[in-house]
Design a protein around this ligand. Structure first.
Ligand code: FAD
Length: 566
């Protein structure tokens, strides 16, 4: 990486001893599915603090529509769900992680139902209704109110957290940096430095810290993600010395509403699962020729199908045709309401759609217990790289992963805070550096950095230039030349943005976004092949040389590739 990204350990200067101090057993950064589920598990011993930089309703989880993939039907099998996941992952999944997460799914759902989560049912079927989505060979997607699964999941987990003794939620509280005992990579994490509009900067000391800070869709001009998805946790983990992998793999969702002035609202894959067609301006159903599963092919295939068709025939968007689907508004009430705002009637009108950045597949490397390679730090959910998704995420596997890995990491954090054990709950040896028991008391930390003397910045301009450049150069179709242009541009902006000291969330966010963008562009430039959701038109096939995870760590100029075991 460019020295601009690696020279500073922290975004701001501070002396921990001069800040207000808060102590907890477990600190969870993130209030989506991963963070809330982890908090419930961790709170079985000791105190837990959950941070969310906005309110509970602003997270990728709350916006999730389609549902949760889980094997509940007798005619379905774990083996089939595992196979579908491995196929989507294009050779980069960790098969044991896939099996473990898929097999833990039914128990996590049973528990949600016990906690009061409402799920849609189907007439004549015992148990919840099961929908079908792209890449799944079986109907196994459970959902709520048709297309409001995430909202109900957040409600259910949020209420459970509220009833769990020992958990406090700090909303509108922004984590700036993980605090470590020393600044060399591998120094243990002892909590985080945070900013709250009312309380200012605070030190939160924790025996275990769980990052559940979600994805980074906002790094792209076109995205389905809420404004909170700026990759803060990825950047924080990088500065703290954790290993990140497979950052090239940003999944683009094929179908977001494409209307001037409208946010790029997602039109869930479940709509295609119910039989929607994709057609071009001339009314041709172009996915029939592109893949045997047509509109239900994996996301990257459908996304590329759309981009190719637009390149062949021109235009800015294609259409979803749902006019033949009976009861569309009952099955997808949220989407029907959204369309009505733009005077579109799904029974009569075509829905204009275009792909947009959707899901961060790569992330902070963890083992099967959610442990990163920085002692005391766990990562779960979209910010983590557990090996479930490989080079591409199978639809609706992410809420499943958040639930399963949230519980596992929360339980592992509990073992650490309660017993000082870092081995259980999985019988795998702890990563290097984890052998020491938790620290009895925090060590004073000093971050001593000088502000740059350069001029003030227009942060909005840096952010919008970055998002446009990422969309153009590190977007759906990539080439080596354009990726290197993007690296040069991001490095240039970083040189005069990362040396500043900001005192606003906006400034820290732009610094985080630049760091994550630099990792993504470099990872995509390194991966001179096409695989999963990473498509290089100058290297259109997967290559054996890249059957590997590219791993990045602060202080190293080049990635450390880790080959996938055959
Ligand atoms: C529109 C949309 C639809 C989707 N539909 C589905 C679906 O149907 N099925 C499926 O499986 N997946 C779906 N996904 C993906 C899925 O929702 C996410 O991958 C998943 O919810 C991520 O959960 P998470 O807990 O990791 O992060 P999130 O739910 O994004 O939560 C992140 C949390 O971290 C907090 N945070 C971030 N940075 C900071 C910081 N610096 N300081 C403090 N707090 C911070 C945020 O405030 C937030 O509370 C969808 C995503 C989107 C955007």
């Amino acid at each position: 990486m460019h020295p601009a990204f690696d020279s500073r350990r922290y975004l701001i200067p501070f002396r921990s001893s001069l800040l207000p101090q808060i102590f907890t057993d477990t600190l969870v950064i993130g209030g989506g599915v991963g963070g809330l589920r982890a908090a419930i598990a961790a709170a079985e011993h000791g105190e837990v603090i959950v941070l969310a930089k906005e309110d509970a309703a602003t997270s990728n989880t709350a916006w999730a529509q389609g549902g949760i993939a889980v094997v509940l039907d007798e005619a379905d099998s774990f083996a089939s769900h595992v196979d579908d996941t491995l196929t989507a992952g294009a050779g980069l999944c960790d098969a044991s992680a896939v099996r473990a997460i898929v097999e833990a799914g039914p128990e996590r759902i049973r528990e949600l139902v016990e906690w009061g989560m409402r799920l849609d049912s189907a007439p004549g079927r015992h148990g919840p209704a099961l929908g079908r989505e792209g890449g799944h060979h079986h109907a196994r997607i459970i959902h709520t109110d048709g297309d409001a699964t995430g909202r109900e999941l957040v409600r259910c987990l949020g209420e459970r957290v509220a009833r769990t003794a020992g958990v406090r939620i700090f909303t509108r509280c922004f984590a700036l940096d993980l605090v470590t005992a020393g600044s060399a990579p591998g120094a243990p994490v002892m909590g985080a430095i945070t900013h709250h509009p009312k309380h200012g900067l605070q030190m939160i000391w924790a025996k275990a810290t769980i990052l559940a800070s979600g994805g980074a869709g906002m790094i792209y001009r076109e995205t389905t993600n809420p404004k909170t998805a700026t990759g803060d946790g990825l950047a924080m983990a990088y500065r703290a010395g954790a290993t990140l992998a497979d950052m090239a793999f940003m999944q683009f969702h094929p179908t977001t509403l494409y209307l001037a002035g409208a946010t790029r609202a997602l039109i869930t894959e479940a709509v295609r699962g119910e039989g929607a067609y994709l057609i071009d301006e001339q009314g041709d159903r172009f996915m029939l020729d592109a893949h045997p599963m047509a509109e239900l092919a994996p996301r990257d295939v459908v996304t590329r199908g759309i981009v190719r068709r637009l390149a062949q025939r021109g235009g800015t968007h294609v259409f979803l045709d749902v006019r033949h689907i009976r009861g569309f508004a009952d099955r997808f009430p949220g989407i029907a309401q959204l369309l009505a705002k733009f005077d579109l009637d799904p029974a009569k009108d075509l829905i204009p759609v275009h792909p947009a950045a959707h899901y961060m597949v790569g992330g902070i490397v963890t083992d099967a217990a959610g442990r990163t390679d920085v002692p005391g730090l766990y990562a779960v959910g979209e910010c983590a790289s557990t090996g479930l998704h490989g080079a591409n995420r199978l639809a609706s596997n992410s809420l499943l992963e958040g639930l399963v890995m949230g519980e596992v990491a929360g339980r592992a954090a509990r073992e650490l805070t309660q017993h000082g054990r870092c081995g259980p709950p999985v019988s795998i040896p702890p990563p290097n550096g984890w052998a020491a028991p938790p620290r009895p008391a925090p060590i004073p930390v000093v971050s001593d950095i000088r502000p740059s003397e350069q001029a003030e910045l227009d942060l909005t301009d840096v952010q919008s230039s970055l998002r446009s450049s990422m969309w153009r150069n590190v977007g759906i179709e990539r080439t080596g030349n354009r990726l290197h242009d993007a690296i040069d541009m991001v490095d240039f902006w970083a040189r005069y943005t990362l040396d500043k000291i900001f005192d606003t969330v906006e400034g820290w966010t732009v610094q985080n976004m630049l760091t994550v963008a630099a990792l993504m562009a470099r990872s995509a430039a390194w991966r001179a092949e096409s695989r999963g959701c990473h498509w290089r038109s100058d290297a259109p096939e997967p290559l054996d040389a890249f059957a590997a995870h590219d791993q990045w760590r602060r202080g190293r100029a080049e990635p450390m590739p880790r080959r996938v075991e055959a």
